[in-house]
Design a protein around this ligand. Structure first.
Ligand code: AHR
Length: 672
């Protein structure tokens, strides 16, 4: 029975309980939510170069007509972008010459206005040409001659390429058609007759579709809209492991991700491909602004995750010496000045020069990521915390996870400092999630076996989690052990994650933040599973997982205060529930999860009279199918649906309902 009357027994809910962890993993950034359509746009590198991993390649680029393409190191566009595309036009070339780029495993072409741009320089010694035009078009790859849209840069009204200096050209492509597939390319072509025997150097060749909220250099609209519709409340960035780098030198250097694109060198990212850093620090902040998310800024804490570490698990090789941590601290202080300083500060003025005059608010900073790989995190974290707190006392700081689950030997003793949020990462079996329902009930009085100890004024979060395998906790006779590993979130994944989430919702004094990880995955290149969102170049392909829908339901029906209840018969398991009220809307939310393989009867007594019950449910399409999941071809196998047959309640205010097996529901009670 739910008690809506006794206001003294309520707690305010955590305002930022559910958010997004974003890092460039599985081409979620480049080739993903960062809307740039050209792959390898500045010849910085990729994962595919087998001789020197990450070295520059021509990947994604193909000649058109008689043109010959090669990489050039002698005509850098900038200090940051050192490699260019050399385009040689032979003396006997005829017709159309140039090059094309086929995008990140394709390039969707839909009715909209595209912005194309590039830099070009002429060869210094031999250049003696006059070009009348450069054509920019979007074409199908099948024949190369089905042109969907084309635009001409008229050199008479523009300027000629010149030697010794790059010039920037841009053009709009106003497209009215939908290409039948995403097997398309951006073409940049010229007339061979005007260029025989000549050489041109191109760099930073870019094509942007319309972006989310029309931000220049912004986010892919459809993917961003899905995040927005998930009703998340924070964005944690830039990782995850991608913060750390494969080496100290290759850490995410925030200052190299800001300013004009030609000044951003990019870096070999931690997830086996080169990152352009076009989606940089300011772009993350715009993402927060445009989606009304609170930033949770991850700062480097002196620990990098080299390839050897990754393979072998544990080494101290890539750690910043504790006695040199002042350097690392200064980088973080500079970053915070860039984000929050006014324009009279050095870095605040840089931010304004980059386009955002108003300082940002940074409520949360996370110190490092998964530094349980190292012995020295306690010392490094304390150094960072003290230095950051002295300058920014109003920020809430987050300590990165330790390995609580003893999958590896514990490495350090740590007592969490006052007012810090501890970030745990849980990638575990479904049963672990269900059994951890009450983990945070008395968390602050508990000392963990591996020597993390908490006290009354430290808080908890799960800034990365997902169900990684399915196990037969409930003794379900239909369980198929061959399907145990989770690549695509299943119905039971969402059920188990929902049970754990109820445990967070009912402990808002202790538990503050949570994020599923990894958030999004390019189906053509992934380095981790599962996901909230799976996508390809084609926007029609996007799959939203059971995990996405579970979070969307919990985030959408999220009250402002918890409500107490008594369990008068039965108990938790297999039914789990938690109640909240939205005080302004005067609606009671009862979230109900059935983690069992049979239908369960739920009876709710309310101290409200005369009202309405509405409900939303996520359930398997075939009753009891714990393996149901959304995928290409059937992306809506499991989606939230209105619960039929609810309706009004009267003076009795007793409500009964048969809760389907393996289901996640939210019931809404409102006064009539
Ligand atoms: O989510 C993928 C990775 O898992 C994160 O980058 C890392 O923090 C964790 O180990």
């Amino acid at each position: 029975s739910i008690n809506t009357k006794d206001k003294a027994l309520r707690n305010n809910t955590a305002p930022y309980l559910s958010g997004i962890l974003f890092e460039d993993i599985s081409h979620s950034g480049d080739g993903g939510i960062y809307a740039e359509l050209v792959r390898n746009r500045a010849f910085q590198g990729s994962a595919e170069n087998l001789i020197i991993p990450f070295a520059p390649t021509l990947e994604g680029w193909y000649p058109v007509g008689d043109a010959r393409l090669s990489l050039d190191l002698l005509h850098p566009l900038s200090d940051a972008l050192q490699v260019s595309l050399q385009v040689d036009i032979p003396l006997n070339a005829t017709g159309e010459v140039g090059f094309h780029n086929d995008g990140f495993w394709g390039m969707a072409v839909t009715p909209q206005t595209y912005n194309a741009s590039f830099f070009v320089q002429a060869n210094g010694f031999r250049w003696n040409s006059t070009i009348t035009h450069i054509d920019v078009s979007l074409r199908g790859n099948a024949t190369g001659s089905d042109v969907f849209v084309s635009s001409t840069i008229d050199m008479a009204s523009s300027y000629q390429p010149v030697a010794y200096q790059y010039r920037n050209y841009s053009v709009q492509l106003v497209n009215n058609v939908t290409a039948p597939t995403s097997n398309n390319s951006l073409y940049i072509t010229m007339n061979a007759e005007e260029l025989r025997g000549q050489t041109l150097y191109f760099d930073l060749i870019s094509l942007f579709p319309e972006t989310y909220k029309n931000r220049p250099n912004g986010l892919r609209k459809d993917l961003a809209e899905n995040f927005k519709a998930g009703n998340f409340r924070f964005l944690r960035f830039p990782g995850g492991n991608n913060l750390e780098g494969y080496s100290i030198q290759r850490r995410w250097k925030w200052w190299q991700t800001t300013g004009p694109l030609m000044d951003r060198p990019g870096r070999p990212g931690d997830w086996t491909y080169y990152n352009t850093d076009g989606l940089g620090l300011l772009e993350y902040m715009y993402w927060c602004e445009d989606m009304d998310l609170v930033p949770v800024l991850g700062v480097y804490a002196g620990f990098s995750l080299d390839i050897a570490t990754y393979d072998t698990g544990y080494t101290n090789a890539n750690e910043w010496p504790v006695e040199l941590m002042q350097h690392v601290l200064q980088e973080a202080l500079d970053e915070l000045e860039y984000l929050t300083g006014n324009t009279s500060t050095y870095w605040g003025a840089q931010r304004a020069a980059h386009g955002h005059v108003e300082p940002f608010d940074i409520p949360f900073v996370e110190i490092g990521n998964e530094d349980f790989f190292s012995y020295d995190y306690p010392a490094r974290a304390a150094f960072m915390l003290n230095g950051l707190k002295a300058a920014y006392p109003n920020i809430t700081y987050i300590y990165t996870t330790a390995d609580l689950y003893a999958t590896q030997p514990a490495k350090f003793n740590i007592t969490l400092p006052k007012a810090v949020i501890w970030d745990d990462h849980v990638y575990a079996a479904a049963s672990y999630f269900v059994e951890s329902f009450d983990q945070f009930d008395n968390w602050q009085s508990y000392t963990y076996e591996n020597n993390i100890s908490a006290s009354n004024d430290v808080y908890a979060s799960l800034m990365e989690y997902h169900v990684s395998s399915i196990d037969n906790r409930t003794g379900d006779p239909t369980f198929d052990y061959a399907l145990a590993s989770v690549n695509h979130p299943r119905m039971l994944s969402a059920v188990a994650e929902a049970v754990y989430a109820l445990g967070w919702e009912r402990n808002p004094d202790t538990f503050k933040l949570s994020a599923f990880a990894p958030a999004i995955q390019n189906v053509n290149f992934y380095r981790n599973t599962p996901y909230l969102m799976l996508f390809s170049a084609n926007p029609n392909d996007t799959v939203l997982s059971t995990g996405y829908y579970q979070e969307q339901m919990f985030n959408t029906y999220y009250g402002t205060q918890t409500l107490p209840f008594n369990i008068t018969q039965g108990g938790f398991n297999p039914l789990f529930f938690a109640a909240q009220i939205d005080v302004a809307k005067e609606v009671v939310y009862l979230k109900v999860v059935n983690a069992g393989h049979t239908t369960q009867k739920l009876t709710v007594e309310l101290d409200m009279e005369y009202g309405y019950v509405n409900g939303t449910i996520l359930e398997p399409p075939v009753a009891g199918d714990l393996n149901a999941f959304n995928y290409f071809g059937n992306p809506t196998a499991v989606v939230p649906q209105a619960i039929d047959g609810l309706g009004a309640f009267g003076a009795q205010s007793v409500f009964s309902w048969q809760v389907p097996a393996y289901s996640v529901s939210v019931l809404e009670f409102s006064a009539g």
